[in-house]
Write a protein that binds this ligand. Structure first.
Ligand SMILES: NC(=O)c1ccc[n+]([C@@H]2O[C@H](COP(=O)([O-])OP(=O)(O)OC[C@H]3O[C@@H](n4cnc5c(N)ncnc54)[C@H](O)[C@@H]3O)[C@@H](O)[C@H]2O)c1
Length: 243
């Protein structure tokens, strides 16, 4: 993988950090993009002999997101891999009570961020091909009470992923998504109650590294494109009501 270059968003912590470290372990140079400081992850990569570029960016700003992808490609001399992963949960409220500003903020970060980054990445990958993995969620497949903004954004990411996949399949670019169940990160602190954990047949949340493993596989799986892959310990496979 030496010489390969990746762009990862939401890379300061959680799943994005695990993806960046997984890619670096394979010798991929990684641009770590986040609205927060991702230099800790970059230092870990460099301490292990890898290459990293820190990009401070709010992906909900389309110009800034485009600029960040362009800088990563310029730094690396091209772009082979991308993981559009930055996301926010929104608040917990039923639809009738859900505030406009929060609803659209969640769309701008989760969907708008993936869209702006994906568009810029595709423009670079057209030169030599590439692979993208977007971070969707189990909430891309089903409703979750009191989480309408988040669920709507993740359903939309699944649709965007499939559409880009069919548009670019013949041009050497694959676009897939991971759909994690519960993952032990800051995003779900306070949201992950016992019954949610118990709904996972695996009986526990995933570690971020387990999602990163699936991202790595999708980035390298030839002929796999347009897939939204559950990484959820069996959550979506379970027949409702059966223990
Ligand atoms: N943790 C879970 O259980 C779970 C389940 C399914 C899907 N996901 C998805 O995984 C992705 C990563 O979440 P996580 O669990 O690692 O959460 P996290 O909160 O630990 O990390 C999210 C990262 O994204 C960054 N970020 C947020 N908004 C941003 C913005 N506007 N611009 C740039 N960076 C921004 C944050 O600074 C943070 O570093 C999200 O898309 C989330 O929806 C998480």
């Amino acid at each position: 993988m030496s010489g390969r270059v990746a762009f990862v968003t939401g890379a300061a912590r959680g799943i994005g950090a695990a993806v960046a470290l997984r890619l670096a372990r394979e010798g991929v140079a990684v641009a770590v993009a986040d609205r927060e400081d991702a230099s800790g992850i970059a230092e870990s990569i460099e301490e292990s002999g890898g290459r990293a570029l820190v990009l401070r960016v709010d992906v909900s700003d389309p110009d800034a997101a485009t600029c960040a992808v362009d800088r990563a490609a310029e730094w690396g001399g091209g772009l082979d891999f991308a993981c559009n992963n930055a996301g926010v949960p929104g608040i917990r409220a039923e639809v009738a009570d859900y505030p406009d500003d929060v609803f659209w903020r969640v769309q701008r970060v989760n969907l708008g961020g993936v869209f702006a980054c994906l568009r810029a990445e595709l423009r670079h990958m057209l030169a030599a091909g590439g692979a993208v993995v977007n971070t969707a969620s189990g909430a891309a497949f089903a409703g979750v009470p009191s989480s309408s903004a988040y669920v709507a954004s993740k359903h939309a990411i699944a649709g965007l992923t499939k559409t880009a996949a069919v548009e670019y399949a013949a041009r050497g670019i694959r676009v897939n998504a991971v759909a994690p169940g519960l993952v032990r990160t800051r995003l779900v602190e306070g949201l992950a109650d016992e019954s949610f954990v118990a709904a996972h047949p695996a009986g526990r949340p995933a570690e971020p590294e387990e999602v990163a493993e699936a991202v790595w596989w999708l980035l390298n799986a030839p002929f796999v494109t347009g897939v939204v892959l559950p990484v959820d310990g069996g959550l979506l496979a379970r027949v409702p009501g059966l223990s």
